[in-house]
Write a protein that binds this ligand. Structure first.
Ligand code: SER
Length: 315
């Protein structure tokens, strides 16, 4: 069992990925790392190291200390925060990736997972059934950094044969840890507000559809991609993966099935402009063909789970 290092283990994806990988691989084989302490389940559930992804020597020390073979780089600034801090977003999103790519080139590590996003697409991309290979002219800082990162991943694979794998995540819905400054965060906030206050002011317009996915599916996609045989991986930039697609209005209708008095109003802000530049529905046939990707969780199941879990948390 190859030992793994998860950089960004306090974040939305990192939290759940560490927990799941420790279940599968054993707790001592999954080292969690972040600049801020993760939730107790991650912190006390196995090895944890403080790492700043911008500090290459520190990453190398931890890799050597634990004899790590695989690194997952989940530390990043998401779309909405990146628009407010463009310099930091570019630095963090690119240098973090480069530090790990360089360590792989130096043969210190063997395999990398790096997350891309639907943000690599832009207003000129076909927005429905968006293909794997298509026009990509992102208009956000986050999208530009992810597209550049994809190109570098493919370059390092072609030039140095580095086994790097990636997914273009849609908006991810989860309850264990908070999302960090994305455009798709409304689809999580809405559940918290529905339960706590019975109403929600949405920062996207009523009919703005976006690709989304429940976290369990996203974690499974990540693990399945990383476990797939090397010869099955035909995409070394990043794979489209589809889950569910819905609008703020549609998710509201679903929530109302459980909470009939829930009310939503709309006050679109700059995040609606970001959302307008992204696709509404992703075509993932290449991921399906190459490594057998299939989403499991639909809108109804996702809403039921979120409401049930968050209600328990608030009681
Ligand atoms: N969830 C991300 C965001 O909204 C998209 O990858 O920024």
């Amino acid at each position: 069992m190859s030992r793994k290092l998860i950089i960004g283990s306090s974040g939305q994806i990192g939290t759940e990925l560490v927990i799941k990988l420790r279940e599968i691989c054993g707790k001592d084989n999954v080292v969690a790392a972040d600049i801020k302490q993760p939730i107790d389940e991650v912190f006390y559930g196995g090895p944890y190291e403080e790492i700043n992804v911008l500090d290459k020597e520190r990453i190398k020390d931890v890799v050597l200390k634990y004899k790590v073979e695989e690194v997952y780089i989940l530390a990043a600034l998401l779309s909405a925060t990146a628009e407010k801090k463009p310099d930091l977003a570019w630095k963090l999103n690119m240098e973090g990736l480069f530090n790990v790519l360089e360590l792989a080139k130096e043969k210190v590590i063997k395999k990398i997972f790096w997350p891309s996003s639907i943000a690599v697409f832009g207003p000129t991309t076909p927005s429905k059934n968006t293909p794997q290979h298509t026009i990509m002219e992102p208009t956000t800082v986050y999208g530009i950094s992810k597209l550049a990162g994809e190109r570098w991943c493919e370059y390092f694979f072609n030039k140095y044969d580095i086994d790097i794998r990636s997914i273009r995540y849609p908006g991810l819905i989860s309850y264990k840890s908070s999302p960090g400054g994305g455009t798709t965060d409304y689809a999580i906030e809405i559940f918290h507000h529905a339960i706590k206050h019975g109403n929600y002011v949405c920062f996207l317009e009523k009919n703005r559809a976006l690709p989304m996915m429940y976290m369990d599916d996203a974690i499974r996609a990540t693990i399945e991609l990383m476990e797939a045989d090397k010869e099955k991986i035909s995409i070394r930039s990043s794979y489209n993966v589809g889950g569910i697609s819905f609008t703020p209005f549609e998710i509201t209708q679903e929530i109302k099935k459980t909470l009939p008095n829930f009310e939503i109003s709309y006050s679109p802000d700059f995040r609606n402009e970001i959302a307008k530049s992204w696709p509404s529905h992703i075509n993932d046939q290449v991921a399906r063909k190459d490594w057998g990707w299939r989403p499991n969780i639909d809108l109804d199941q996702m809403c039921q789970t979120m409401l049930k879990q968050l209600k328990t948390d608030f009681v």
